[in-house]
Ligand binder design. Structure first.
Ligand code: ADP
Length: 274
């Protein structure tokens, strides 16, 4: 399912003394099956874009096409529920949204709320706990008795249980240790590759974008200022500095080698240490 933003502008508290413009004429095309990273400093507009991707926010100007649903300021949409099922968002610290008595009930809550029969919701919950590397006995436990890493996995399972076509990840590894970070990021990558899940990663980590994404969009002061493949983006080292971003370590390492041997290497090599 493609998502296309056309000249999207957004202002918080529009027409009040507190009006704050957060997005300016953003054009962005997220192709079905791609892994798109959206990078930028704090305040650059990443979260505001993210909330447009499943129509939690509507553009104040411009339009966004989410699959075949067009979302515009002045347009009433009957299909927003459907859009929210198709575009799953894993918000920062998703474990804060756990609430049910048991892990099983928590994961089943979303699909059952959308009319999925109980048997099918349960089947999905069991399959997802396995996929996310959680032991089966957690299903009957209270989510609040789990470790932080396990709670995050349960919350992610809850989003995946809706069978989204697009998965949007908002700094999904915030607060995890390096091992937990890599496990979770690798898991999302496997889902993307094996199930063809369109993935949008909102992050300030150039390393994660370099390692996983096939398209990168850079946000700066509410504008999408650079867009392209990682190789295209990393060719603009001077512009990245302008946006207070740095080349990933691995790419800097590659450039150093290229300088040493006096020729370009064919692809950006990403080392395990990077
Ligand atoms: P990022 O996710 O890149 O940190 P945001 O999308 O959160 O950026 O913010 C973009 C701009 O919008 C910032 O200037 C921020 O202060 C402002 N902003 C974000 N949320 C609100 C809000 N609820 N009300 C008013 N201004 C906001």
């Amino acid at each position: 399912m493609d998502i296309t933003l056309q000249q999207v502008s957004y202002a918080y508290a529009k027409n009040t003394p507190f009006e704050k413009r957060a997005l300016f004429d953003v054009d962005l095309h997220i192709a079905s099956g791609s892994y798109q990273a959206i990078i930028g400093h704090t305040g650059s507009g990443k979260s505001t874009i993210l909330q447009h991707l499943n129509a939690l926010l509507k553009p104040t100007d411009g339009s966004i096409n989410i699959g075949d649903v067009e979302v515009k300021a002045d347009k009433k949409n009957k299909q927003l529920r459907e859009v929210r099922q198709k575009v799953g968002i894993v918000f920062q610290f998703p474990e804060h949204q756990l609430f049910d008595e048991t892990v099983l009930k928590d994961i089943m809550f979303g699909p059952m709320n959308f009319g999925v029969p109980e048997v099918e919701a349960k089947r999905r919950a069991i399959e997802l706990t396995q996929l996310l590397g959680l032991p089966e006995e957690v299903l009957e436990k209270s989510p609040f008795d789990l470790s932080g890493g396990q709670m995050r996995r349960v919350a992610i399972a809850g989003v995946l249980a809706m069978n989204p076509k697009v998965l949007v990840l908002d700094e999904p590894t915030a607060g995890l240790d390096p091992r937990g970070r890599k496990e979770i990021m690798d898991l999302f990558y496997t889902l993307h590759k094996e199930k063809g899940l369109t993935t949008v990663l909102v992050t300030h980590s150039m390393e994660d974008a370099a390692r996983y994404a096939d398209q990168i969009a850079i946000m700066h002061n509410g504008k999408c200022v650079l867009e392209g493949t990682p190789q295209e983006i990393f060719a603009h080292e001077e512009r990245l500095t302008e946006f207070r971003l740095e080349l990933p370590q691995s790419v800097r390492f590659q450039k150093k080698i290229e300088q040493m041997i006096g020729k370009k290497l064919p692809t950006i090599c990403l080392t395990e240490e990077s």
